[in-house]
Write a protein that binds this ligand. Structure first.
Ligand code: BES
Ligand code: MN
Ligand code: ZN
Length: 503
């Protein structure tokens, strides 16, 4: 994890600055150096820097990072530029977060760097800090002989600023560190393959961290799940040699102002079960536990920040495999709480494990005095990716007010979420002739059908949001901004911010 500091004195020999591109009335573009305006840079020779950028054909567009072995009049020996796009008076937080992240992602072999990016308040500086922290990530756990050649992420970053260094600024940077650490944890879990991440190892590893934070942990094993009636988790997990688990971690500070439950889909590998997925692309299904990792990591961040809100994180964990013990199409299962489901498609497994956990989370929330909100996070449907692409997640709800809060939290944290409906007319499409409901319905609007299925297990008076992060959870394309290839950690920041903004 990168240590984040702020100050007005140069601390490293590498300096990161922003560059933007300004068009004149004739449409001719010129580059503009964008810094924090901190005193430490009074000697920065912008002309020398701009000449060098011109020579290498820099454009200042987003995600363009250039390393220049020049000091440009300062004590630095290398200047790194990160594109901010079109010149603006003020840059929105997410633009700065991404520019900072794109640079820190490229600084792999550098130990410490100073960042000078434009900002005029602490909130903006904090966004820059988050970008630096989020971008400084590399997953090398499974490198063997090639490990030595891997670049280590940036160790120390100093954010140059003319804002005062005080308790408030230190707290803001601490928060950025906590966010980065827990987003990195989420990414690590997602990137860890099912050979090394099973329901058992997932729950044990999270338990270890949770115990270190003084959190309460409960893990139900396969026989307890069966005995207590968790038919969904049991059915999905029964085809695998790696048995299922239900992981429950709670953070309950004294006199909490609110209480939330987070439920995350934890399929450590989704082969599709007897509705076996095609081989091409199946490897990405190691990411089918992204929701589970995100809700647990968000809870860790909330606990580390000691927020006065009680949160329960639930991770129903199973491996969806093919074998003679796997659930068959036409099998009928009894879910936690008693509803029966005809499993027409064993590849629609996420909703089954989630439904059990949602009912249990509701039960526990009620006993504790009632939930102010329940959020589930899941890589639930391919239809989500078709509808919204690979970078925007969907949010469905039974409560518009709660969704407004969630979208506001997403917006301030820089994560992309978009509202999707739960149209009642799709509900009868998963009627079953033999059970209470079936696990699949109309193929058209498949993301919404999955949402409607979950809604069957949510109590109408509890504000609920369902986040389908199927596309954004796992980046199979090129890295961009602070987002690496592989697990992204999406949702962690939105969940944390939702809790913070509920206060
Ligand atoms: N884990 C998948 C959804 C998914 C697809 C996540 C692509 C990320 C990328 C989920 O379990 C699944 O298989 N859903 C099916 C549901 C269908 C059988 C109703 C789907 O979307 O095809
Ligand atoms: Mn599936
Ligand atoms: Zn799945």
């Amino acid at each position: 994890m990168t240590t984040l500091k702020s100050g007005d004195k140069a601390a490293a020999t590498t300096l990161v600055v922003g560059i933007s591109s300004k068009k004149d009335s004739k449409g001719v573009a010129t580059l503009v150096v964008e810094t924090s305006g901190s005193k430490a840079l009074s000697k920065l020779n912008e002309k020398q820097l701009l000449d060098a950028l011109k020579k290498i054909g820099a454009t200042g567009s987003a995600d363009e990072v250039k390393r220049l072995p020049i000091g440009a009049g300062t004590t630095y020996t290398m200047i790194v530029t990160s594109g901010l796009g079109a010149t603006q008076k003020r840059y929105e937080h997410e633009k700065l977060r991404r520019a900072a992240g794109a640079a820190s992602r490229e600084l792999g072999d550098i130990v410490s760097a100073d960042f000078s990016l434009p900002h005029d308040d602490l909130a903006t500086l904090a966004a820059i800090a988050e970008g630096v922290g989020l971008g400084a990530y590399n997953f090398i756990d499974f490198r063997g002989t090639s490990k030595a050649g891997q670049k280590k992420p940036l160790k120390d970053a100093t954010l140059l600023t003319s804002l005062p260094v005080n308790a408030e600024s230190k707290a803001a940077l601490k928060r950025a560190e906590i966010i980065s650490k827990n987003v990195h944890l989420t990414r690590d879990f997602i990137n860890t393959p099912p050979s090394h991440l099973t329901p058992v190892t997932f729950s044990e590893r999270m338990k270890k961290i949770a115990s270190g934070l003084g959190l309460k942990v409960e893990i139900l094993n396969e026989s307890q799940l069966k005995a207590k009636g968790y038919g969904g988790i049991t059915a999905v997990g029964q085809g695998s040699a790696n048995p299922p688990r239900l992981l429950h971690i709670s953070y309950s500070p004294a006199r909490p102002k609110k209480r939330f439950a987070f439920v995350g889909k934890g399929i450590t590998f989704d082969s599709g079960g007897l509705a076996l997925k095609p081989a091409a692309g199946m490897e990405a299904m190691k990411s089918d536990m992204s929701g589970a990792a995100a809700v647990v990591a968000a809870l860790f961040a909330i606990a580390e920040l000691k927020l006065p809100v009680a949160v329960d994180a639930w991770a129903p964990l199973a491996e969806n495999m093919v074998s003679d013990t796997a659930t068959r199409p036409s099998d009928i299962i009894t879910m936690y709480g008693g509803k029966t489901v005809e499993v027409l498609n064993p590849d629609a497994e996420g909703r089954l494990v989630l439904a059990d956990a949602i009912v249990r989370a509701t039960e526990v929330g009620k006993k504790a005095g009632g939930l102010d909100g329940l959020v589930n996070v899941a890589t639930l449907t391919g239809a989500q990716v078709v509808a919204l692409g690979t970078r925007t997640s969907a949010v469905m709800t039974n409560n518009e007010e709660f969704r407004k809060d969630l979208l506001a939290a997403a917006d301030s944290s820089g994560e992309l979420f978009w509202p999707m409906p739960l149209p009642e007319e799709l509900r009868p499409s998963f009627d079953s002739p033999v059970a209470d409901i079936a696990n699949i319905g109309d193929r058209m609007g498949g993301m919404l059908v999955a949402g409607l299925f979950l809604k069957e297990f949510v109590e109408p008076e509890i504000p609920w949001c369902h986040l389908d992060i199927a596309g954004p959870a796992f980046n199979e394309r090129a890295a961009h901004g602070y987002t690496p290839v592989g697990g992204t950690g999406v949702s962690v920041r939105t969940l944390l911010t939702l809790v913070e903004e509920a206060l």
